[in-house]
Write a protein that binds this ligand. Structure first.
Ligand code: EPU
Length: 444
């Protein structure tokens, strides 16, 4: 396999847009990739080992390439063939990362826990605000401090330093996926026992704990709200295969519910998408569960309305709220979508309205009245899941929808065009016109 810098190429800012000719019924099988939100934690976790870690079935998305490049920046020997990432972390150094690539990626906060755990110090630049509203990391910081780190924030970079990390009892005031994982990363090599109370229970946390355990860590209770970690002195290399992406699977389920005749979603853990399955059935969609596949059959019948409230796992995921809102535009009656996790995650609503949707936002809720037949329009993806919502809207709409800002979509959905074409979606890329490039530059 090739090694070295050339392999970990990052894509330039996408100078393309997506075009979708809507209205076609979809049929076939679609493959789900490895979970993005696991990947962005598993890759930094490799820093903690003293020999080679291989992570298999990774999604080929820009977040993965960016993180791989960051591991190279700190001295890792990294290769990525589009699915398996191999990291030899033995020559890594505690290089400060206050600026540059690290600021392009929100999940670069996992470098804090991993570098602190290995080197007892780290300097990590953080991205500014984002389109989901404020994304605080106070619970991550509280956890690191409890383990003995001193932390300062200087000009947008977090400086962490500890003479020694010691296990501690940490109660999270907010149930946070990021804080739970980050504290695990920092605690696996700390002296003594760490207990995380009110921990998040998302499947991605179990996946990270599984990798760390294969590296020699001692972790109990991942997936419950109390996680116990007994620190160990060293961690070794291993091979790990990532879990399927439940949000990508959910996105395809919603697409199939909107436009599918018979769509088989392959490589999914059905239990991970139970809250969505229940909602789709409530709306009248036929969902059949197989071992690691889900079949969605949907004739040309009308969908029923449904209210949904996002909650921490196993509740309805905030990441599926935006695509689900698109589906509700085709359902009869008034539906209310409330996001209790990210109350400002409604940037897709304006774009859906351009396409003729009857939706209004009140506080942290979107009120959708349907059914409406969406009309093609020129729209802009402002964040990853808003992008997914617009792709689904494009397949439902009459005419050809143009989506700009697709680098947001490529952050989280690997080979999206090819995968959707496999179901019969008329979707293709075209170069951005000069005026569209300008619009994106201004928006950024
Ligand atoms: N929160 C705090 N303080 C903290 C951390 C979080 O107040 O220190 C709050 C957040 O503001 C939010 C809630 O707690 O209201 C939950 O945030 P959490 O920490 O769980 O989110 P995250 O770890 O930053 C991950 C995913 C998000 C996904 C949320 C769902 C990754 C890299 N990101 O974010 O995914 O929406 O969990 O809880 O795992 C996406 O995939 O598009 C995406 C944004």
């Amino acid at each position: 396999m090739n090694k070295g810098r050339a392999v970990v190429m990052e894509k330039e800012l996408t100078m393309e847009k997506l075009l979708i000719e809507g209205g076609h019924r979809l049929k076939g099988t679609i493959q789900v990739s490895g979970a993005k939100n696991s990947a962005v934690a598993l890759i930094p976790a490799a820093i903690l080992a003293d020999s080679t870690v291989s992570i298999e079935q990774l999604p080929d998305i820009s977040d993965v390439r960016l993180l791989s490049a960051l591991l190279e920046e700190i001295g890792g020997d990294v290769s990525f063939d589009g699915s398996t990432l191999t990291v030899d972390p033995s020559r890594m150094i505690s290089m400060p990362l206050p600026n540059g690539r690290v600021k392009k990626l929100r999940a670069s906060y996992y470098l804090m826990g991993a570098m602190l755990g290995r080197f007892k110090k780290a300097v990590i630049g953080l991205p500014g605000g984002c389109n989901l509203g404020p994304r605080p990391i106070d619970q991550h910081i509280k956890g690191f401090e409890a383990l003995g780190a001193r932390i300062t924030n200087e000009q947008g970079a977090i400086y962490l330093r500890a003479d020694e990390l010691r296990g501690a009892k940490i109660y999270l005031d907010v149930v946070s996926v990021g804080a739970t994982i980050n504290i695990m990363l920092a605690a696996v090599k700390a002296k003594g026992q760490t207990i995380i109370e009110n921990a998040a229970k998302e499947p991605e946390i179990i996946d990270v704990a599984t990798l760390l355990t294969s590296m020699g860590a001692k972790i109990k209770g991942a997936g419950t709200d109390i996680i116990r970690i007994d620190g160990v002195e060293t961690l070794h290399g291993c091979r790990h295969s990532i879990i399927p992406d439940r949000i990508e699977a959910g996105t395809f389920m919603i697409l199939a519910a909107a436009m599918g005749e018979q769509v088989l979603i392959d490589n999914v853990i059905p239990q991970h998408v139970e809250s969505l399955t229940a909602k789709l059935r409530e709306m009248g969609v036929q969902v059949d569960i197989l071992d690691d596949q889900i079949m969605i059959s949907q004739g040309p019948k009308e969908l029923k309305r449904s209210d949904v409230k996002t909650l921490v796992y196993p509740g309805f995921p905030t990441d599926l709220q935006q695509p689900f809102t698109t589906l509700l535009t085709g359902a009869r009656g008034t539906s209310i979508v409330t996001d209790t996790i990210y109350g400002a995650r409604f940037k897709h609503i304006d774009e859906l309205r351009r396409m003729g949707a009857e939706v209004k936002v009140e506080g942290s809720a979107a009120i959708v009245t349907g059914p409406t037949r969406l009309q093609a329009a020129k729209v802009r993806a402002t964040d990853l899941r808003a992008g997914a919502a617009l792709v689904i809207a494009g397949t439902m709409a009459d005419g050809i929808t143009e989506i700009i800002g697709i680098e947001h979509i490529e952050r989280g959905y690997s080979k999206i065009v090819e995968k959707l074409q496999g179901l019969g979606v008329k979707i293709w890329r075209e170069a951005l016109e000069e005026s569209e490039q300008e619009e994106l530059r201004v928006a950024d």
